[in-house]
Design a protein around this ligand. Structure first.
Ligand code: ADP
Ligand code: MG
Length: 334
C-alpha cells in the first residue's frame, strides 16, 4: 500500500502505538499540537538534532528500513551520552516520497521504537510531509543531566590522560565490506552488524560524567577529527600512542585478511559511537569502578594550541590532521 492511499493522518495512526516507555515523564504524547513532558527537578535539559538525507548519509542499497530507523536515533542518543546526559524524549520528522510503501515507514519506526525501548526514550511527536526527491529523516532528542555533571569538549587540561570506551574502526570496516559486497571475510559479518546497528554508549555517559571526566565527545567521524574537537576548544595538544588504540578481534582478523592498515579505520573511519574523554590520571580507578569496566587509555594531554600528534611504534611522531567526513569538502583537512 502506498502512503497516498492512507494519507498523513492514517499513517501517524499506524505509527503511534508503543511510543512511550516512561509514562511518568509524559503528560501528552503524539496527538496534540505539542507534547507535554515532565522536567526532572535538579536537572538541566540537553537538546540535540540530526538530519539524514537519502544518498548523502545513507543509501537504501546497504541498509534496511529497520536499521535506518535504529541508526537515525542512535546518533542523537550518542550526542546526549557524550554530554554526560540521559536521553528522554524524541521528535521524529520525516519527508517521504509519496510512492514509498506504508510498510517501509512502519519498518523504519520498528527500528526507531526498538532503540527507544532499549534506552528508555519516549517518541512524543514529529512531523510528516511528502518529499519530491528522496527520503529525509530529522530526529531531535532531549536528555537531562545534573548541571554540575554536564561535560563539554573544552574541559581537557594538561596532565590529563585521554581514553576511549571501546574498540574503534569496526563500523568503517563494516561499511567498506558492505559497499564492496564482500562475503566470507573473517570477522566480516560482525563488522557489518556494527555498522548497521551501532550501539550508542548511553549506558555509561552519565556515569563517566559524574565520576570526573574533564571533557568528552562521541566518535562519529573518526578518532582524528574527534580529538581535534576536544584539543581546539580546550587549547591543548593531545598525543596518542598508536599501539594503545583498541581494536576488536574481528577487525584485526579482517584487516589482516584484506591486508589493510588498522589505524586508518580508527583514525579516519566514522560511526563507532564509542566515547572519547579526558580525565586526571588519579581518577582512572574511580571512573572504571563507576562504569564497571576498564577504559582504554590511548594518550595524554599537554599544554599547546590544538596540534595533535600520533606516536608510532618506532617512537616517531606524526601530526594528526582532522580528516573526518566533512559534508562540503569530503576528505580534506577541516
Ligand atoms: P500539527 O498540524 O499541529 O503540527 P500534525 O498533524 O503535524 O500536527 O501532527 C499530529 C500529531 O502527530 C502531533 O502530535 C505530531 O507531533 C505527531 N506526529 C506527526 N508526524 C509524526 C511522526 N512522523 N512521528 C511521530 N509523531 C508524529
Ligand atoms: Mg505538523
Amino acid at each position: 500500500m502506498e502512503i497516498r492511499e492512507i494519507g498523513e493522518f492514517g499513517l501517524i495512526d499506524r505509527l503511534k502505538e508503543n511510543t512511550i516507555c516512561t509514562p511518568e515523564l509524559v503528560d501528552v504524547g503524539i496527538g496534540d499540537d505539542c507534547a507535554v513532558v515532565r522536567h526532572r527537578p535538579g536537572t538541566v535539559q540537553l537538546l540535540t538534532t540530526d538530519m539524514l538525507v537519502e544518498n548523502v548519509h545513507f543509501t537504501l542499497l546497504t541498509t534496511t528500513p529497520q536499521e535506518l530507523g535504529y541508526k537515525a536515533i542512535a546518533v542523537n542518543i550518542s550526542d546526549i551520552a557524550a554530554m554526560g546526559g540521559t536521553p528522554r524524549h524524541a521528535l521524529l520528522s520525516i519527508a517521504l516520497p509519496s510512492a514509498l510503501p506504508v510498510e517501509f515507514v512502519v519498518a523504519l519506526y520498528e527500528g526507531m521504537k526498538e532503540i527507544c525501548r532499549e534506552f528508555g526514550v519516549n517518541i512524543v511527536g514529529g512531523d510528516t510531509v511528502s518529499s519530491p526527491g528522496g527520503l529525509v529523516i530529522n530526529v531531535a532528542v532531549t536528555g537531562d543531566a545534573p548541571p554540575e555533571a554536564v561535560i563539554l569538549r573544552s574541559g581537557a587540561r594538561p596532565g590529563d590522560v585521554v581514553a576511549v570506551s571501546g574498540p574503534l574502526g569496526d563500523s568503517a570496516a563494516g561499511l567498506e565490506l558492505l559497499l564492496a559486497g564482500r562475503e566470507s571475510v573473517p570477522g566480516g559479518e560482525v563488522l557489518k552488524e556494527r555498522h548497521r546497528k551501532p550501539r550508542p554508549r548511553a549506558d555509561i555517559g552519565a556515569r563517566l560524567a559524574s565520576a570526573g571526566v574533564t571533557s568528552m565527545n562521541d566518535i562519529s567521524d573518526g578518532l582524528s577529527s574527534e580529538l581535534q574537537e576536544i584539543a581546539s576548544p580546550s587549547g591543548v595538544d593531545i598525543i596518542v600512542a598508536s599501539e594503545r588504540i583498541p581494536f576488536s578481534p574481528e577487525l584485526q582478523a579482517a584487516a589482516e585478511w584484506m591486508d589493510r592498515d588498522l589505524l586508518h579505520y580508527a583514525l579516519y573511519g566514522g560511526e563507532d559511537f564509542q566515547l572519547l574523554f579526558t580525565l586526571p590520571e588519579d581518577r582512572v580507578e574511580a571512573v572504571e569502578a563507576a562504569i564497571g569496566a576498564k577504559i582504554h587509555i590511548i594518550g595524554v594531554v599537554e599544554s599547546g594550541t590544538g596540534r595533535n600528534r600520533l606516536r608510532l611504534g618506532d617512537g616517531t611522531c606524526v601530526e594528526l590532521r582532522a580528516r573526518g567526513y566533512n559534508h562540503f569538502h569530503k576528505d580534506v583537512d577541516k
